[in-house]
Design a protein around this ligand. Structure first.
Ligand SMILES: Nc1nc2c(c(=O)[nH]1)N[C@H]1C(S)=C(S)[C@@H](COP(=O)(O)OP(=O)(O)OC[C@H]3O[C@@H](n4cnc5c(=O)[nH]c(N)nc54)[C@H](O)[C@@H]3O)O[C@H]1N2
Ligand SMILES: Nc1nc2c(c(=O)[nH]1)N[C@H]1C(S)=C(S)[C@@H](COP(=O)(O)OP(=O)(O)OC[C@H]3O[C@@H](n4cnc5c(=O)[nH]c(N)nc54)[C@H](O)[C@@H]3O)O[C@H]1N2
Ligand SMILES: [Mo]
Length: 761
């Protein structure tokens, strides 16, 4: 399974069936190469078990405590775990032998493949190599830099969504105690659009759907802009359960993703031997960025059907009692032309009416979505229109209904709940200040895009990252790398070496931390941490493996020790680092829904946070009602000869972590340098499958180029194309962001293809 960089890039027909036996085999082979046989078995058996650790792979919820199988993980979870539990090490000899310039020549895959970081490393101004540094000196240096800034707002504290609740809570406390709300996070590039739209319309920034709503109750499940077969494989088991009791599934996606066509459940013999379950009943191949127009069309069709048979389509009681904005929104749907809807979404009226038939046949509807919706300029409006769609038939606040943004990183939702956000509400800041006896700063801080702008402009001295891979994950790679180099100090708390450690500030630190799988002993006993999944379940995660090196520290300890180096004992930093239950006791008084935290999280499976509308149809919006919003249909203008390009994940990666060079379900092996294009669009350009092209994105007169990608003829709508993130971030303009959420538009770039003059790498 370890990719061989010399492998030839190879393209064959995409698969229609996902998971099943091949997936289990891949997972186990993979685990063995990274961890060896015994360690693999011991490790994989404690993934997502009640007393085990939470899988770092994704945020899909676990089944109830009594119903878990022995393999409550998926191929990709196994890869994520094996990648962390690898026996390979990047130690001081490695850094002595490789200069930064040499390390930059390694691919993302090769960098992380070298293994786990083992001790703190320091890069002096102008130095060519990282050298060892003690923990005390590393934290002292960081504290000195933070103290010498002319304003606390000259620091930025980035978080990637793997940090535990405990680590996230002390981290935001540190930033605010210092005096800044500059807490950019991966969410700014991920589900920010979901939060913005949901807060405005239903008064809560996260989904209100539980796993049981999907498995046991929903009659119609709509999956839009999401590729669960690759990115949330365990969701397929839940969908299979729903299917077996008769639920219908509609998939809306410009690509016919394998997992949604047929699925074999690897945890059941039936799945391995049988034909698998056909998950999708209706597939709508929407144009990129066309979902806003599509849902406007669906709502317009519902309005027309209600006019033909009054009282049979809309839930008038619900609308009258719980919603506002209904009159205005209807005017909008009446005014929009069908031809405009069809043009923007690339689907015919008949296709849309077919979907509406499914909607009318279902008493309860859930809509799930991910990055295919959130990373467009019109993302927030699209999600608002999805909420309109649900409100029309009272599909919220009842079993089997509601909006369900499917989160990415395993604790990204929890990190937000803990205060990792550049604009936390005043009520949270009030309680934080009361609990710790200081005045948290009130002006909003910088999000990810704004942080990059500030770094570029020389306005950030210290960039601190709790996990993640900032320069690879963010847009406009060349600009972002240069921006990072303008910081006086960059600090990365990480488990593995990555690109962001090589495009650094004038001075740089790499601080190696324990991973989710590892035993965490502090004070006199084993500590556990907690996480929140996509469906608001909070539960404990107990690391089991021996740490990758004796010098690793937990994220909590690193943050608390820095707090102590900066502020002394003004806050109980030392006690919190020695005993995480003290952090949880602070959380129970500061964060809504965490009363009696320590006792409730001890229950097998944990506890569920209040989910706003799901309980009593309570909407904490500005008006106290759920809000219909009028959204004008729009999509990016694509000039003649240009295509709209999305940047997405292959089956062999976790964000910027590249496990291997295959994308099995899409038929790609041995390389990532491909661009998927409709065959007719290739032909129109005089191109054929296998030809090598540069992809050039255009934005406000600027051009950005990604060289030497091989064309793959693929069933995606005319005018659409796809390639892989993070390589494609060179094409994403920093200033091209979603309205209202400021999320980079990495799923809708206007590009042209040019035959390459260079040879493929
Ligand atoms: N194995 C694995 N698991 C992961 C991750 C990983 O990298 N690897 N990443 C994690 C993270 S952080 C996240 S956020 C999630 C991401 O999970 P996904 O959102 O599934 O990830 P993407 O690969 O970005 O896929 C986007 C999907 O949306 C479709 N799409 C793109 N544009 C449009 C559009 O305009 N309309 C519609 N209807 N569909 C569109 C694409 O064809 C694709 O199927 O996965 C999480 N889980
Ligand atoms: N073009 C384009 N860009 C995108 C996207 C896209 O679809 N297209 N997706 C966006 C999305 S949805 C997201 S969420 C972001 C992801 O952005 P990030 O979260 O910043 O990136 P990751 O690749 O998840 O981070 C990987 C690194 O995290 C570190 N790490 C792993 N485990 C741990 C741990 O337990 N502790 C610590 N401290 N470090 C750890 C390792 O060193 C590893 O190299 O990227 C975004 N960027
Ligand atoms: Mo994400």
């Amino acid at each position: 399974m370890t990719a061989n960089p010399d492998d030839e890039l190879h393209v064959r027909a995409p698969e229609t069936v996902s998971v099943g036996l091949p997936a289990v085999r891949h997972a186990l082979q993979y685990a063995r190469t990274q961890m060896g046989v015994t360690r693999s078995a011991a490790t994989l058996l404690s993934v997502n078990q009640v007393k085990g650790f939470d899988c770092p792979g994704c945020a899909w919820p676990d089944p109830p405590a009594g119903e878990r199988s022995h393999s409550e993980f998926c191929e990709n979870g196994a890869k994520a775990v094996a990648w962390e539990a690898t026996r390979a090490r990047v130690d001081r000899e490695f850094f002595a032998a490789h200069s930064i310039a040499q390390l930059r020549d390694l691919s993302d895959h090769e960098l992380e493949l070298r293994g786990r970081l083992t001790e703190p490393m320091y890069l002096a101004p102008g130095a060519t190599h990282y050298t060892p540094i003690t923990w005390q000196d590393a934290l002292g240096l960081t504290a000195d830099h933070l103290r010498s800034m002319s304003s606390p707002d000259r620091a930025a504290f980035y978080t990637s969504g793997r940090a535990s609740n405990e680590a996230a809570f002390v981290y935001q406390l540190l930033a605010r105690r210092l005096g800044t709300n500059n807490l950019p996070d991966c969410s700014n590039m991920c589900h920010e659009s979901s939060g913005a739209a949901l807060v405005e319309t239903i008064g809560v920034g996260k989904g209100v759907v539980s796993r049981e709503d999907i498995t046991d109750h929903a009659e119609l499940i709509v999956i839009v802009g999401q590729n669960p077969g690759t990115n949330h494989p365990r969701m397929l088991s839940a969908l299979e359960t729903a299917k077996r009791r008769g639920a219908r599934i509609v998939t809306i996606n410009p690509l016919p993703e394998a997992g949604m066509v047929r699925f074999k459940n690897p945890q059941k013999v039936r799945g391995i031997l049988g034909e698998g379950t056909t998950l999708t009943d209706r597939f709508l191949p929407v144009r990129l960025s066309g979902d806003l127009a599509l849902f406007i069309g669906v709502n317009k069709a519902l309005l027309e059907r209600e006019a033909r048979a009054p009282g049979t389509v809309f839930d008038h009681d619900f609308i009258a009692s719980y919603c506002d904005g209904f009159d205005d929104v209807q005017t909008g749907w009446r005014e929009v032309q069908w031809s405009r809807v069809e043009e923007l979404c690339g689907l015919t009226r008949d296709e849309i009416e077919g979907f509406v038939d499914d909607v009318l046949a279902a008493r309860s509807v859930v809509v799930c979505w991910a990055m295919g919706i959130t990373q467009h300029r019109n993302a927030v409006a699209t999600i608002r229109e999805i909420v309109n769609f649900l409100l029309l038939r009272g599909n919220i606040g009842r079993p089997g209904t509601g909006p369900s943004p499917i989160r990415g990183h395993s604790n990204v939702q929890g990190d937000r709940t803990m205060g990792i956000w550049e604009k936390m509400p005043d009520a949270f800041l009030d309680r934080l200040g009361d609990e710790f006896g200081f005045a948290p700063p009130r002006p909003h801080g910088l999000d990810t895009v704004a942080t990059i702008r500030a770094m570029r402009d020389g306005d950030i001295d210290v960039f601190f990252a709790l996990g993640g891979n900032f320069v690879a994950a963010t847009p406009d790679t060349a600009l972002t790398r240069a921006a990072m180099q303008r910081c006086a100090l960059s600090v990365h708390v990480a488990t593995k070496l990555n690109r962001s450690h090589l495009h650094h500030g004038r001075e740089a630190l790499i601080l190696p931390c324990l991973g989710r799988t590892e035993r965490d002993v502090q004070g006199t006993r084993d500590q556990f941490v907690t996480v929140e999944d996509s469906m608001s379940m909070v539960h404990a995660s107990h690391g089991r493996l021996e740490p990758g090196s004796s010098h690793l520290r937990s994220e909590v300890r690193i943050v608390c020790d820095l707090g102590r180096a900066l502020f002394g004992d003004d806050i109980d930093w030392a006690a919190m680092a020695d005993d995480y239950s003290i952090i949880r006791s602070h959380i129970s008084r500061v964060v809504d829904g965490f009363e009696d935290f320590e006792r409730r999280v001890a229950r097998p499976g944990g506890f569920m946070l209040p989910r706003g509308p799901h309980g009593g149809r309570i909407f904490r919006t500005a008006t106290g009602k759920a809000r219909f919003t009028r959204n004008a249909p729009e999509a990016p203008q694509v000039p003649d000869g240009y295509l709209l390009l999305q940047t997405m994940r292959s089956h062999d990666q976790f964000n910027t972590t590249i496990y291997g060079l295959d994308d099995r379900y899409r038929g790609i092996a041995g390389g990532r340098e491909v661009v998927f294009v409709n065959e007719a669009d290739l032909a129109e350009r005089g191109l054929a499958e296998g030809d090598v092209v540069d992809v050039v994105s255009t934005w406000r007169g600027e051009e950005r180029r990604l060289r030497a990608l091989r064309c793959v003829a693929y069933p995606t709508p005319r005018g659409c194309a796809a390639t892989y993130f993070p390589e494609a971030n060179v094409l994403v303009p920093l200033d091209s962001t979603a309205l209202e959420s400021n999320t980079p538009t990495s799923k809708s770039l206007v590009v042209r293809l040019e035959r390459s003059v260079s040879t493929p790498t």
